[in-house]
Ligand binder design. Sequence first.
Ligand SMILES: [Fe+2]
Length: 237
Amino acid sequence: MGGMAKIEPYGEFKEVAPDLYCLDGEWQESAFKRRMTVVRLKSGGTFVHNAIQLEDQDYAKLERIGTPEVIVAPNVFHGSDAHHYKKRYPKARLLVSKGAAKSIAKLCPVDGVLPAWDEALRSEVDCLEAAGMRWLHESLFFHRASRTLLVTDLIFNMQTDFKGFERKFARWNRIDKKFGPSRIFKLVFVKDRKAVSEFLSHVLKWDFDRVVVNHGDILDSGGRELFRKSFSEMGML
Ligand SMILES: [Fe+2]
């Protein structure tokens, strides 16, 4: 990619559950796409996960949900647009993955590196950084009120029809119409199996039902059991 990054196409904010909104967008013309999540907090402000840059006139739609108070860049791969939000909402706290901290800090002030967390927020949205992995530096989030787990690249739920070679590759990668971690994830990012397994057990202490993924469909219910099943199938739990 050269020159100024253009704003990628995106849809409308959809209310997924009370105080939980998602907006889906295209991502680098790939089948994977991406998803931003906005949680309305008790303060009336919002928590913005995996920010997607909007056209100027569309920020009013976000502000109707609530003005951003906390902006999160959740892992090394998905922090490209967070600085647009920090510049527009300078009072918001921008908390970024360790993997993306350097590149984002060149673009705007960064208020903290995950898993450093806004403790006042923990009773509404909890945060846990994935352990035992290399490079990815992903943090997971749990919105207690809607019992929703927010993941970025740790789990896929691609229900699209991959074609030809893409389909063969998706099958091998265990992401063809399947909820769970990819084979690449296991091969590339897992460094310390025991630490990963302990981390996954911590995640399972959260009482989530819905899982919002970055790549693929939102899983509305049964998420905790499928989470457990998909990681145990891969021998990681
Ligand atoms: Fe991704």
